[in-house]
Design a protein around this ligand. Structure first.
Ligand SMILES: Nc1ncnc2c1ncn2[C@@H]1O[C@H](COP(=O)(O)OP(=O)(O)OP(=O)(O)O)[C@@H](O)[C@H]1O
Ligand SMILES: [Mg+2]
Length: 394
């Protein structure tokens, strides 16, 4: 139910005020009483009544002056005002000129008073509803404008992503076919070498093979990634491909991909207690991204002779696995640590997007897992990950 309306009575005659107050209170209105024009105008602004019953002739500020002031102020310009006049028609004319809505002739007839008050309050109520709707509409309009601008930007980014994806895909074709040819050429070349030379060249052949494999694997991953971007641009996000997955295998592929880089930096990559862990239900492609990003990040912070260790354990309640990615690199400052896993990651790398750790967290989350990090500047960093055996169904 709507709260009762508030009526302000402004009259210098206390008997009239009392008469009106008693009658209107019996009709369930809330009444405010003012005994001068100044006091009445003050209440109009401080108490915000729904209607004003206004005497005309008062010492000091007259009813006409009060009504004029009410109409001038933008917040009260539509406030209903009923003027209580004498019988002279000039008083009404003047009242109309200063903006009164209704008139009652003194002595006041109660039924007429009630009818006028009720009708004006009904109009005010409707006006308030319209006003609230207009405010709401203006708010929605503003929100819609922001949303449209945002969507236009998003559409531009999406279009650009599509273009980049297309370019990357095209540029990868010669890389993939080129390495294949290179492999054949090298095989043929090594094959033609006389046996004594081949003995010496064996190690070199092995290394060439490993590098070619690494380039091929990485190029294929980029291709998969581009396909994902293309799907995303087309409005599809690739569903989670859940299958039994051995973390040790995923980490092995990551290490293979990063081994050449690690050797170049003089960083050791090792696993501890990963082999014996049971399988989990996971998306292997996405888990690759998790460990690739974490190991790649760690390597960027290491000096020669450092080690990245991936250590596994079953959690105490045996509901899933725990995996720590530990490095003895330079660690990270508190503000970087605090920013990790969010869209506002502070990247300390030239050309770094700061997206790596956010992607890692998204993948861990989608598997129903958890990730946290400990880091000490000058000592190293450990990312703690946990995965349930099976992600919760959504
Ligand atoms: N193992 C770590 N040791 C020290 N600092 C780290 C480590 N991992 C991440 N960081 C810090 O966190 C920042 C954010 O990492 P994130 O992977 O999100 O982005 P990035 O590596 O800077 O950029 P990109 O992933 O695009 O290459 C890094 O720039 C680095 O400063
Ligand atoms: Mg990174």
């Amino acid at each position: 139910m709507a709260p009762p309306s508030t009526i302000l009575i402004v009259d210098d005659d206390p008997d009239i005020v009392k008469f009106l107050k008693d009658f209107l209170e019996s009709k369930q209105y809330i009444i405010l009483s003012a005994y001068s024009g100044e006091q009445g105008l003050n209440y109009v602004h401080t108490e915000q009544p729904d209607l004003v019953l206004l005497d005309v002739v008062m010492p000091g500020m007259s009813g006409y002056d009060v009504c004029r002031q009410i109409r001038i102020h933008p917040l009260t310009t539509l406030l209903p005002v009923v003027m209580m006049t004498g019988i002279h028609p000039e008083e009404r004319i003047k009242g109309i000129q200063v903006g009164a809505d209704e008139f009652l002739t003194k002595p006041i007839n109660r039924e007429e008073l009630f009818a006028r008050v009720r009708s004006l309050l009904r109009i005010k109520e409707l006006h308030d509803v319209v006003q609230a709707q207009a405010t709401q509409l203006a708010k929605w309009n503003k929100e819609l404008k922001v949303k449209l601008e945002h969507e236009a930007k998003l559409a531009e980014v999406t279009r650009m992503l599509g273009d980049i994806g297309h370019e990357v895909k095209n540029s990868l074709m010669p890389v993939l076919s080129g390495v294949e040819l290179l492999q054949e050429e090298l095989d043929e070349l090594f094959h033609c070498l006389p046996a004594p030379v081949m003995e010496k060249a064996g190690a070199s052949q092995k290394m060439c093979r490993e590098i070619i494999e690494m380039v091929t694997r990485s190029a294929q991953r980029i291709q998969d990634q581009v396909r994902e971007i293309a799907d995303c641009v087309k409005g599809l996000t690739s569903p989670l491909q859940l299958a039994p997955c051995h973390l040790a295998k995923v980490v092995e592929t990551v290490f293979k991909t990063l081994q050449v880089l690690a050797d170049k930096k003089g960083v050791r990559l090792q696993t501890v207690d990963l082999e014996s862990l049971p399988q989990i239900q996971a998306d292997e492609g996405r888990l690759f991204k998790v460990f690739y990003n974490l190991v790649n990040n760690a390597m960027a912070e290491m000096l020669q002779g450092g080690t990245v260790t991936i250590r596994g354990a079953e959690d105490l309640l045996q509901t899933g696995l725990k995996v720590d990615v530990i490095d003895n690199g330079r660690g990270m400052p508190e503000e970087v640590r605090q920013s990790l896993f969010s869209e506002r990651v502070i990247s300390r790398k030239a050309g770094g997007t700061g997206l790596g750790t956010k992607i890692v967290k998204d993948v861990v989350d989608v598997h129903g897992g958890h990730i946290s990090v400990d880091s000490e500047v000058g000592v190293g960093t450990t990312f703690h990950l946990s995965f349930p055996y099976s992600p919760p169904t959504r």
